[in-house]
Design a protein around this ligand. Structure first.
Ligand code: C2E
Ligand code: MG
Ligand code: MG
Length: 716
């Protein structure tokens, strides 16, 4: 940067000493006036050329704070000069180092054309260079300070207006005393700056020292690194708040020594309270405040882990209140809920702090007892629970007694994890229910296999009806001619919560005997008609669904009325329904049966004779009944491909049935060979495992929609 001097004084020729003095004076004046390094250097260079009469004056300053080096050249000729030209100019150069207090900050070069530098002149120029260096350093220092001040001002404005609390602690002193807190800190903690400054940075934790997050902060302080945690802190008024705390070290200029820590304090109490609420709801039963199923599983698994290490047992006691439904129905929901709360409290009294009481829903509770040495202890807990519950309860001013059935499963004997333990405790609990309730039992593996005995069965079946445990499966019936599904037989299934699917032979006879077949039959009828209606609404191809009618149902005079009503209620046409009866039913009281059958036919339904071949099998009789379909029993079909007699009978039955105008359906077709013969004998339709077992409604619908067929000679 070459600039001409602006309004410079005229050159002072003549006396060298006077010239030097004038030069030094001008430089002093320019130094004191200069506000920045550029004008300082420029002023001095100008003075050197204009007053000192040098041909060239040049200053190079090493990097300043701004990172740029400053080069200023001034030549008497007023022409632009490059630094690189300096070396090659004619004349005598003098290079003077600029010393910034022990280190070089640059150099001053002066060139004179006429003759060498004298000694006095060199001294004067050295003094000038020293002054220049001093002034440059002073200006630099001042600038740096100003920048720092500005930075600090900005920083402190930011700190003062921050909504996060900020606390600065000294880490060079023991106990990390606070040296600064901002207004947000005062607002959050309730402590004023005056109160906080000087006390240890830990004072907000008070004596709540058993916090996981503290060790993270301690480690960060020790290792002089950043740290983050959420801590319980205490305001001046004693109130706890959650402090989301970030700390960061502040290092000195060398960057090596940590002098302070800045802590950013964020009061996240609201967020944490909300999170805790969410978590509580996700893990606790809203009515009783007990652990819910989620938490229960965690707790069981925790207990199992501990027990595994310590070689102990875990007991899972599953408790179901006896006849709670009566209370619910009799008193209403609110009193029943209150009763459940009381039960929850009483259960809490029977266990240790470390045990878990959970509610699974309804009137089912679970106690998890960990750290158990002897199964007898679990029996002790169960007995205690029963005793507690035996105390009368006040429900709407009435004294009510509740009892419970408890099933106990033990880790490790009865299961390795929560699910299996709960399932087995459940099995054991149901054994108690079946054997008179108000007691407890330990699970044994045999319990899984034990068939329900008769007495239990009846109660169970009643409950099954109340609890909608009866469902219907559908076995496809296919046309032999087309190989397509033309209908289904609806078969009852009892979806027992503990045992699983129970098949009709295990409960239909008992239902018959006890009369439960009446509500059960009605249930099946309704389920099936509702299903047909749903399929029709979903535009499934028209199908006929057969329902089994039991003898006892058949004796109910109002059976036709019931069927008619259900058809009407569900909007299903009679042609979609087929009723299966057995020979013995119609043979029993022929006249009555005939009038009943006629009434049923009036509804448009088809009637079929089930299990044909197992009873009287009197075809001549059949003529008298308004029957549409004959179902050849499985026992006949089974051997048609191996027993010549059976084959002959089947063939004759089919032919005769046809002559009577009846369609024939073969039951229990399991093989391609059987199907082949039935086709040969001109049988109309079949059902059997060869094509499909009875399946749930959705699966049946999929089968129909898939269009799957049973083509001749292609077993599936
Ligand atoms: P069913 O009316 O003769 O029904 C046919 C039975 O044979 C069904 O047994 C069916 O699953 C089974 N089956 C079908 N194809 C094959 C096969 O290829 N091989 C073998 N081995 N078996 C096959 P499920 O469902 O156990 O029903 C048994 C009986 O219970 C039925 O015999 C019927 O008499 C009665 N039942 C079923 N549902 C009801 C109902 O809702 N009400 C009444 N009253 N009785 C029902
Ligand atoms: Mg049947
Ligand atoms: Mg049958």
């Amino acid at each position: 940067m070459n600039r001409t001097s602006k309004g410079a004084a005229a050159r002072t020729p003549g006396d060298p000493a006077a010239r030097l003095l004038a030069l030094l004076g001008a430089c002093t004046e320019r130094r004191t006036r200069a506000a920045d390094i550029g004008s300082l250097v420029e002023g001095v260079c100008n003075a050197l050329v204009d007053i000192g009469n040098y041909a060239v004056a040049a200053v190079r300053l090493a990097d300043g704070d701004d990172g740029e080096s400053l080069r200023i050249l001034r030549a008497a000729e007023h022409r632009p000069l490059l630094w690189s030209e300096l070396e090659h100019l004619d004349g005598h150069p003098l290079t003077l180092p600029l010393d910034g207090g022990g280190h070089s900050i640059g150099e001053l070069r002066v060139l004179r054309r006429d003759g060498d530098f004298g000694e006095a002149e060199t001294h004067a120029l050295q003094a000038l260079a020293a002054d220049l260096a001093f002034s440059a350093e002073a200006i630099r220092a001042k600038n740096a300070q100003r920048r720092l001040d500005e930075q600090l001002r900005q920083l402190s404005r930011a700190l003062e207006s921050s909504s996060n609390g900020v606390m600065i602690t000294s880490s060079t002193q023991l106990d990390h005393p606070i040296v600064y807190v901002n207004p947000a800190f005062e607002r959050i903690t309730g402590y004023s700056a005056a109160e906080a400054v000087g006390s240890s940075g830990r004072f907000l934790v008070r004596d709540d020292l058993a916090q996981k997050g503290l060790s993270e902060i301690r480690a960060a302080l020790r290792e002089r690194r950043e740290g983050y945690t959420v801590l319980r802190n205490y305001r001046k008024n004693g109130q706890m708040f959650w402090n989301e705390l970030s700390i960061a070290p502040v290092r000195d200029e060398s960057g090596e020594i940590t002098t302070h820590f800045v802590s950013i304090i964020n009061d996240v109490s609201e967020r944490i309270a909300y999170e805790q609420q969410l978590e509580y709801h996700a893990t606790h039963d809203a009515l009783t405040g007990l652990a819910n199923r989620n938490l229960l599983h965690d707790r069981i698994n925790q207990s199992i882990l501990q027990a595994k290490h310590a070689g102990k047992l875990v007991g899972v006691l599953l408790l179901d209140l006896d006849r709670f439904k009566l209370i619910n129905d009799g008193f209403g929901h609110a009193p029943a809920d209150n009763l459940l709360k009381t039960v929850a409290e009483r259960l809490g009294r029977c266990v240790r702090e470390t045990d878990t009481v959970a509610r699974l829903g309804g009137d089912e509770f679970v106690v998890v007892a960990g750290n158990i040495d002897d199964p007898d202890n679990l029996a002790g807990i169960a007995a205690k629970v029963l005793r507690q519950l035996a105390q009368p309860l006040d429900v709407e001013g009435k004294e009510v007694f509740v009892t419970a059935s408890i099933g106990i499963a033990t880790y490790p004997r009865d299961g390795e994890h929560g699910e299996s333990l709960l399932r087995n405790a459940d099995v054991a609990m149901y054994r108690v229910k079946e054997h008179g309730r108000n007691s407890y039992r330990f699970y044994t593996p045999e319990m899984n296999h034990m068939a329900l005995d008769r007495l239990d069965m009846e109660g169970n079946l009643r409950r099954a009806l109340e609890r909608d445990e009866i469902t219907v499966f559908f076995q496809p019936i296919l046309s032999l001619a087309s190989g397509r599904i033309i209908g289904a037989e609806a078969l009852a299934r009892w979806n027992h919560p503990r045992i699983g699917m129970i098949h009709p032979p295990e409960f239909i006879p008992l239902a018959e005997e006890t009369g439960l077949i009446i509500p059960l039959g009605e249930r099946v009828l309704r389920l099936v008609c509702a299903q047909i209606a749903a399929w029709q609404a979903a535009e499934m191809p028209p199908l006929r669904v057969a329902i089994n009618i039991s003898a006892r149902q058949f004796r109910q005079d109002d059976l036709p009325r019931l069927v008619g009503r259900v058809l009407e209620e569900t909007g299903v046409g009679g042609e979609s329904l087929e009723l299966e009866l057995t020979e013995s039913m119609v043979m029993h009281d022929v006249d009555n049966a005939i009038s009943m059958l006629r009434d049923l036919k009036q509804l448009g339904v088809d009637l079929s004779l089930d299990d044909f071949g197992t009873g009287y099998s009197s075809l001549s009789y059949l003529k008298r009944f308004p029957i549409d379909v004959l179902k050849i029993d499985r026992s006949f079909v089974r051997d048609i491909d191996s027993e010549a007699d059976d084959a002959a009978i089947a063939r004759a039955v089919i032919a005769m049935a046809h002559s009577l105008g009846l369609r024939v359906i073969a039951e229990g077709v399991e093989s391609e060979a059987q199907l082949e013969l039935l086709r040969k004998y001109d049988c109309d339709a079949f059902q059997g495992f060869l094509f499909s077992r009875a399946v749930p409604a959705e699966e049946f619908a999929l089968l129909v929609r898939s269009g799957r067929t049973q083509p001749p000679g292609a077993a599936q």
